[in-house]
Design a binder for this molecule. Structure first.
Ligand code: FES
Length: 226
């Protein structure tokens, strides 16, 4: 695994910061937890919902709100694959890569999705509609192979269902009421198409980044490719 050292004090464009409304929503969690630090995950969920990803500036802002060093926020962001450090699409497709799904065709689903969407893992379609990633067990092993589109689980997915699944405008709509606890204030969504136009469909890996043994590329500014 290769690491590219970046001095974030001179790193240039740190991306967007969080708005006052996002700060207020984060502060609304303070009474629920024993410490501000404990609000880390809700704060990052809200931030990502508002911005479409967690920028370096947003990490600084969250650190300021939680009264922790920015490096602590980066630690959490880089640990969880759920958090993106570069813009993602409106709908994130997460295909399970753990054992049951792997044995029953998960890898073939990933390859077919790459082909149909014209993107690789951790990349976004040019129109900002879809991003693609793999994820560890999605906790529905008895219905392998599985994938999620945003929060919606799709079970026992067959290759011949993919076109219909991608075309279905409700492919991420839950069949049950969902909590808006971690949504952006006012339910606002980022302009995913504009983000895709601004940032391209994926981040170029750092010049000295190399694929690790698992086939994933790491670089520091991103720390991971999600
Ligand atoms: S192995 Fe795929 S859901 Fe558990």
């Amino acid at each position: 695994m290769a690491w590219n050292v970046v001095d974030r004090n001179t790193a240039g464009d740190l991306g967007p910061g969080i708005s006052d409304a996002v700060r207020q929503k984060i502060r609304g969690f303070f009474d629920r937890y024993p410490t501000r630090r404990a609000v880390m995950l809700p704060a990052l969920h809200i931030t990502q919902e508002a911005l479409g990803y967690v920028s370096l500036q947003a990490m600084r802002d969250v650190a300021e709100e939680l009264e922790v060093p920015p490096s602590d926020v980066l630690d959490v962001v880089s640990f969880y694959t759920h958090f993106w450090t570069h813009p993602r699409g409106e709908k994130t497709i997460m295909v399970c890569r753990s054992l049951s799904c792997e044995l029953l065709g998960g890898r073939e689903l990933v390859e077919a999705l790459k082909e149909k969407l014209g993107i690789g893992e951790h990349e976004t379609t040019p129109d900002g509609r879809f991003s693609l990633m793999t994820e560890e067990c999605l906790a529905a092993c008895d219905h392998a192979p599985c994938m999620m589109i945003n929060e919606k689980m799709h079970k026992c997915v067959r290759l011949d269902q993919l076109d219909q699944l991608l075309d279905d405008p409700d492919n991420d709509r839950l069949d049950m009421p969902r909590s808006d606890l971690y949504d952006a204030p006012g339910g606002e969504k980022p302009d995913y198409a504009a983000l895709a136009r601004q940032h391209g469909h994926h981040d170029e890996p750092a010049a000295n980044a190399e694929d690790d043994d698992l086939g994933y590329t790491s670089d520091v500014g991103e720390m991971k490719d999600s």
